[in-house]
Design a protein around this ligand. Structure first.
Ligand SMILES: [Zn+2]
Ligand SMILES: [Zn+2]
Length: 258
């Protein structure tokens, strides 16, 4: 299996996952021009995609859908809440959705994908675990807190894409409104560096080798801070073997094969 993050952050999210001869995208939050350009940079052919899976109905996760789906004939996968939420934003378009039920697994080509509920202020937000044989990839990019369900899906994964949105002190010191700070830090908002580190410190499976920190706030976090917070937690847990990288809004990540 391999994973390449085309962009991650509040201005647009898109992750390419390949396995079993199939490549899919998780979310389509960049413009179509950017998505295609970054896919080519990563060596992925946009016209050969097996599908696009949507995590939830926030625009930083579906921004490119209208133009992309007009240009490329790619199956679109979402649960009903997410599909309805996205449809409402594009009343002139009729997207041909393949609807999945949250908590059920689906198969796209050679990839099996588990879907699981995450706490976030959208219609029916989900995370995914991708399986190809004994290779497992965890993806959860927008979640306000860690639940037992989230924790259990980390099990046996070699690579995890996990939100590390903000540094709590930086968020509180920022000039954002009180309401917005409460939303971001709340249980249906976004995971802080400390929250992400705590999850990994307590629940990183022995199999974990790579951790990709996602959806970093540009104002209330820095890649150095996110990585060092996670590094400290891993080292304290005796997990020097796990490599940590912060993902970026503007550049394509390395392509990680495992
Ligand atoms: Zn988001
Ligand atoms: Zn969101």
């Amino acid at each position: 299996m391999d994973v390449c993050v085309l962009g991650s952050g509040s201005k647009g999210n898109c992750i390419a996952v390949s396995g079993g001869g199939t490549t899919v995208l998780v979310d389509l939050g960049l413009s179509t021009r950017q998505t295609v350009c970054r896919m080519r940079e990563a060596g992925i052919d946009p016209s050969a995609l097996g599908g696009i899976l949507f995590t939830h109905d926030h625009s930083d996760h579906y921004e490119g859908i209208e133009v992309f789906s007009r240009k490329f004939d790619v199956p679109l996968y979402a649960n009903e809440g997410t599909a309805d939420g996205i449809d409402r934003q594009f009343p002139a378009s009729r997207f041909a959705w393949t609807i999945f039920e949250t908590s059920r697994s689906l198969t796209i080509g050679g990839l099996t994908i588990d879907t699981f509920s995450v706490p976030h202020d959208a219609a029916d937000p989900v995370g995914f675990v991708f399986h190809e044989g004994d290779r497992h990839l965890f993806v959860a990019t927008d979640l306000g807190c860690v639940t037992t369900v989230v924790r259990s899906h980390l099990e046996a994964c070699q690579v995890a894409v996990l939100e590390s949105n903000h540094d709590y002190e930086m968020l509180m010191a920022s000039d954002r409104s009180y309401m917005l700070k409460q939303r971001i830090a709340g249980r249906s908002g976004h995971l802080s560096n400390d929250d992400a580190a705590e999850l990994i410190r307590c629940s990183a499976p022995d199999t974990l080798r790579r951790l990709l920190l996602a959806h970093l706030s540009e104002e209330c976090n820095t890649p150095q801070l996110a990585v060092s917070t996670m590094r400290r937690a891993l080292d304290a847990a005796g997990r020097e073997d796990v490599a940590v990288t912060a993902l970026s809004q503007n550049t394509v990540s390395e392509r990680i094969s495992f």
